[in-house]
Write a protein that binds this ligand. Structure first.
Ligand SMILES: C[S@@+](CC[C@H](N)C(=O)[O-])C[C@H]1O[C@@H](n2cnc3c(N)ncnc32)[C@H](O)[C@@H]1O
Length: 253
């Protein structure tokens, strides 16, 4: 990568609000972009979630395990980096380039059939992934089997500030494919979880500035031709009215 692109990439991915994320090599972060910026998402989740060193944490739908490495390094937790589509051997190669190889364990797993001991985890986090499987009404009950009583679940994912009703704005209507049907509001998620009576929901909200974070990330990825124009155009058209990032934190009863 030319030095000028390196410079622009670092500038685009440095945000005062996310000082811990700024300490990571931008080229490593953008190697395999999938959803919104995984480090900004996990750092904003950690504004409202507490993890203690030594805790066992499941990073569910970890993708390239960027958030898994971050949690192990920044908070001293032990992380199981579980994903369905990403090869765990690739993730192991990436994990081993950091000083956390003894604390981040890559595994291929389907969130709907988790291969862990019951009550094993102190916390489950999920970045940009939970909406792929978590809308199913029985899903939370399945996930909680693997979490200790009073353990925490923390999620960040794309979503909508509120239900747009039957008439979608044109920029959403033209992209209204099944991938977007599960972009839902914080209120939707709160109700979806609370009605199970299995958890107490502490946080269900749009991340302040989440729309801007997402757009800025796509623009940064574009610097190395890894942006995604349909999402960037949709976000630009939205101007932060509906689209953004939802964060949820709940505690198992
Ligand atoms: C948009 S990517 C986000 C990845 C990563 N957390 C990040 O923020 O870059 C969504 C991830 O969800 C994972 N995923 C989707 N369905 C899954 C399932 N049923 N079980 C486990 N992972 C799943 C995919 O493998 C993919 O890596």
């Amino acid at each position: 990568m030319p030095p000028s692109t390196q410079h622009d990439l670092r500038a685009a991915l440095t945000r005062e609000r996310y000082p811990r994320s700024s300490g990571y090599d931008p080229e490593w972060i953008v190697e395999r972009p999938m959803g919104p910026h995984p480090l900004w998402c996990i750092e904003s989740l950690m504004e409202v979630l507490t993890l203690e060193p030594g805790m066992r944490v499941l990073d569910l739908g970890c993708g390239a395990a960027v958030s898994s490495v971050f949690l192990a390094r920044e908070y001293g937790v032990e992380v199981w980096a579980a994903d369905l589509w990403t090869d765990p051997t690739d993730n192991w190669e990436r994990i081993r380039t950091w000083d956390v190889a003894n604390r981040v364990h890559p595994i291929r797993a389907d969130a709907r059939e988790l291969p862990f001991a019951r009550g094993f985890f102190d916390a489950v986090i999920s970045i940009g992934s939970y909406h792929y499987f978590g809308t199913e009404s029985r899903y939370l009950a399945h996930l909680l089997e693997f979490l200790k009583p009073h353990g925490s679940v923390g999620v960040v994912m794309p979503g909508l500030d509120h239900d747009p009703g039957p008439t979608l704005p044109p920029y959403l209507a033209e992209r209204w494919t099944p991938d977007l049907f599960t972009w839902l509001s914080p209120d939707w998620w709160r109700n979806h979880w609370e009605r199970t009576e299995l958890v107490d929901v502490a946080i269900a909200e749009m991340i302040p500035g989440g729309w801007d974070d997402w757009l800025q990330w796509l623009k940064a990825c574009d610097l190395i031709d890894r942006g995604y124009a349909p999402d960037a155009n949709m976000l630009e058209a939205d101007r932060g009215e509906l689209l953004g990032l939802v964060r949820l934190v709940a505690r198992r009863r």
